[in-house]
Design a protein around this ligand. Sequence first.
Ligand SMILES: Nc1nc2c(ncn2[C@@H]2O[C@H](COP(=O)(O)OP(=O)(O)OP(=O)(O)O)[C@@H](O)[C@H]2O)c(=O)[nH]1
Ligand SMILES: [Mg+2]
Length: 233
Amino acid sequence: MKIVVTGPFESGKSTIIHNITNGNCINVEVNGTTIAMDHGVANINGMNVFLFGTPGLLRFTTMRKILSEGADGLIFVVDSSDPESDARAKLFFREVPFFLPGVPCVVAANKQDIGSARPVEELQKSMSFVAGLPMIPCSGETGQNVDSMLRTLLYLIMMQWSSVFQKFAEHSGKPNGLELLTKDLNISKQVAVGYLRKFELRKLLEVDVGDKRFVVQDNVRQFLENPVLILKK
Ligand SMILES: Nc1nc2c(ncn2[C@@H]2O[C@H](COP(=O)(O)OP(=O)(O)OP(=O)(O)O)[C@@H](O)[C@H]2O)c(=O)[nH]1
Ligand SMILES: [Mg+2]
């Protein structure tokens, strides 16, 4: 899966990616400020999660647009400890529907380890622009709740794709897998091949030469069939 981690300046995007990937990430930064991107890969129960952190300075809009291309999910990071950053978060959030329309999103209420951090109920009141989205209290610094936040997002993504994923699992390994996929989902061959390519890139499955057959990775099959399993560690 491709996950974009965005949010205003200094909210903790790079720190969260560092935590999720156990430090297996790169951050293109100048003096602690991300100027291009963060990138790292996490492995959640055998599922590859490709994380892309954006720069938080407003002027790097083009970079955020490029990083958002084809994203499956979004983590919007806000600073729970700094009420003055709320206005920046609001301004920043305006980009989201343009760059990532319809993409599942969770809000990371970060920096909960700081004594003055506001609880989620209070943040939800002052950040009405994220109403309706799951908001998860966490700390990139201590790692509190970071794993369950990512799992919540993966669950939402898999629910969004559930009708396609069910069929991936059902027809995996069959000699005429592609044909069955187009028939069951009532989609054109072109669309079905597009789905296979997309999720092959995300390492969920492998497609045979000629595209007739595909095979779902053994360890992710159970999650495609039953997404709720990803919520458990
Ligand atoms: N106490 C605490 N500090 C944090 C936490 N997350 C980030 N920080 C600190 O907040 C500052 C900004 O963190 P970054 O991870 O660089 O934030 P960012 O959102 O990537 O910043 P930009 O890329 O510049 O937009 C750093 O000094 C971090 O150490 C947290 O959960 N708790
Ligand atoms: Mg950063």
